[in-house]
Design a protein around this ligand. Structure first.
Ligand code: ADP
Ligand code: ZN
Length: 517
């Protein structure tokens, strides 16, 4: 008896219809092709490989970095009547052996493996299991350009050489354009079809509050929580001590709050998590460790007590609010002291250049004067042409002007430098600088040399940032941060579209946005 993908969806998962793209992805995999899937958390990535796993002969090997999640996923599959198992270092040798034997006897359709476990003994796993396909979950971990690079992922690329005839499926919820390209390269994906779902979560309101002092910040947060009495939420903090302090302050004010961070033992953490899931705890002050893999649909708000380290982290963390699709609020507090600390972390990290650049992007997001959703989506290579109406900038709009000409000047300068140069050179050419390396490159001979000398360097920087945020240009940080025009930018350059820019506000501006509920 063989079922169709649609019948499996109904019989094993209990859903009548596929969500957008799921069916196309499944068909692609069933035909044996490689795919790269970008879908936000909660979008429904799992069935995209679980259904083909049931339709192909052999064991589908799922490489997943989070041991804690593995068990939940396998349990969920078993509940649905699907034969699944996992292998990781927490199991005894005998347990692991038993699982491999079941695979050998064709009793298992999906086998979840941690990358460490797989690498330590690729041959015994693959010889026992007769793999039908490979799934690389959280595929951004393979790329040093991603936000969560894990060196052990690199070895997965070797699998491709041994199993060149099997489909490889790479899945991720967060990967910018450069990371996508790198995932394909590192995994040696063969002419993969790339599926990108919209990353827009319209039900999340976006608010940024700049330069609010600790005391006022706590007062605002308390008022906000009390106004939203019986609604639960998460407050993300940069340090463990801050988590504890904020939780303490809130408790004094009579709010049912707790904290969660990696310095607590597993039992304590589990208790906090369970209380939160069961609505016994309304507020959790947490470091980034919290929320990975908890599937709570009624989180009504997420507050960032400090600036997150990247757009990817920010997107993931606010994404834990409003999973049920109902309105949810997100507020980001941003102080320069956060920036100092994050800069230090980034500079000391193994990949200082990339992490500093990622920090700069979230800083610009926080400081920006254009629709925040446009910026967030453009970071993930999605262009939103209309303002969202559900962020603080849209609610308190800045003044605009027709920026078409200014944009064309910048784009044409970039084009004449073959889109090989970063912001500093682009600005120097626009402003007509005659510095040595500029002349050596022959840029002083360009028609665009000096056409933007009416603006100072810092204004140009801020306009370029707006263009980046609007999805008019993009930055290739794998090519020395060269600025390039997007498809949308080309339309503006060739006069097919007009675009508005924001009148630059004074550099230091008082916070004036108000808290939304
Ligand atoms: P992701 O891995 O992308 O974060 P999941 O695969 O865990 O998301 O899916 C998120 C939720 O959506 C799950 O509860 C899942 O059962 C549900 N889901 C997936 N596909 C469908 C569908 N076609 N119809 C209805 N619900 C679905
Ligand atoms: Zn907006």
């Amino acid at each position: 008896m063989s079922l169709s993908a649609q019948e499996i969806l109904q019989k094993y998962f209990g859903y009548d219809e596929f969500r957008p793209q799921q069916e196309e992805i499944i068909n692609e995999v069933i035909s044996g092709n490689d795919v790269l899937v970008l879908m936000p958390t909660g979008g429904g990535k799992s069935v995209c490989f679980q259904i083909p796993a049931l339709l192909r002969d052999g064991v589908c090997i799922v490489i997943s970095p989070l041991i804690s999640l593995m068990k939940d996923q396998v349990d969920a599959l078993k509940t649905n009547g699907i034969a699944a198992a996992f292998l990781n270092s927490t199991q005894s040798f005998e347990e692991q052996q038993k699982i491999l034997e079941s695979c050998y006897k064709k009793e298992i359709a999906l086998l979840y493996v941690s990358p460490e476990r797989l690498i330590s003994d690729i041959s015994s796993i693959t010889s026992m299991t007769n793999p039908s396909m490979f799934v690389i979950d959280e595929a951004h971990c393979i790329s040093a350009w991603g936000h969560d690079f894990r060196p052990e992922y690199r070895h997965i690329g070797l699998l491709r050489q041994r199993f060149s005839h099997l489909p490889f499926i790479a899945l991720t919820a967060t990967a910018d354009k450069v990371t996508r390209k790198d995932i394909i390269k590192q995994l040696h994906l063969k002419d993969p079809k790339i599926f990108v779902s919209s990353f827009d979560r319209k039900n999340l309101s976006l608010d940024v509050r700049i330069g609010i002092k600790t005391k006022q910040k706590l007062e605002e947060i308390t008022t906000f929580i009390k106004q939203n009495n019986s609604l639960c939420g998460i407050i993300y903090c940069l340090s463990r001590t801050t988590c504890e302090e904020v939780a303490y302050e809130l408790k004094i004010k009579g709010i049912n709050a707790g904290y969660y961070h990696a310095g607590m033992n597993a039992r304590e953490r589990e208790r906090v998590q369970e209380n939160f899931i069961n609505d016994d705890l309304m507020v959790v002050c947490a470091t980034i460790a919290f929320g990975m893999g908890i599937d709570k649909s009624n989180v009504r708000w997420v507050i960032h007590y400090n600036l997150p380290k990247s757009m990817e982290s920010y997107y993931q963390e606010i994404g834990r609010a409003g999973r049920d699709g109902l309105p949810a609020a997100t507020i980001l507090y941003y102080n320069y002291s956060d920036l100092t600390m994050l800069n230090r972390f980034a500079a000391q990290s193994g990949q200082a250049d990339i992490n500093l650049e990622k920090l700069k992007r979230i800083q610009h997001y926080a400081e920006a004067d254009i629709c925040r959703r446009k910026i967030l989506l453009s970071y993930f290579s999605e262009t939103l042409e209309k303002n969202c109406g559900n962020c603080d900038v849209c609610r308190h709009p800045r003044k605009h002007f027709d920026g078409t000409l200014l944009i064309q000047k910048a784009l044409s300068a970039m084009a004449r430098m073959r889109e090989k140069e970063g912001a500093t050179m682009v600005i120097d050419v626009l402003r007509g600088s005659l510095r040595t390396d500029l002349r050596e490159a022959g840029y002083d001979k360009l028609k665009t040399h000096g056409i933007g000398s009416d603006l100072c360097t810092s204004d140009w920087q801020r306009y370029l940032m707006q263009m980046l945020n609007l999805g008019i240009i993009e930055m290739a940080y794998d090519e020395n941060f060269a600025l390039k025009s997007t498809a949308y930018g080309k339309e503006i350059l060739f006069g097919k579209k007009k675009a508005e820019l924001i009148v630059l506000p004074p550099l230091i501006k008082p916070a004036k946005t108000s808290l939304t509920t």
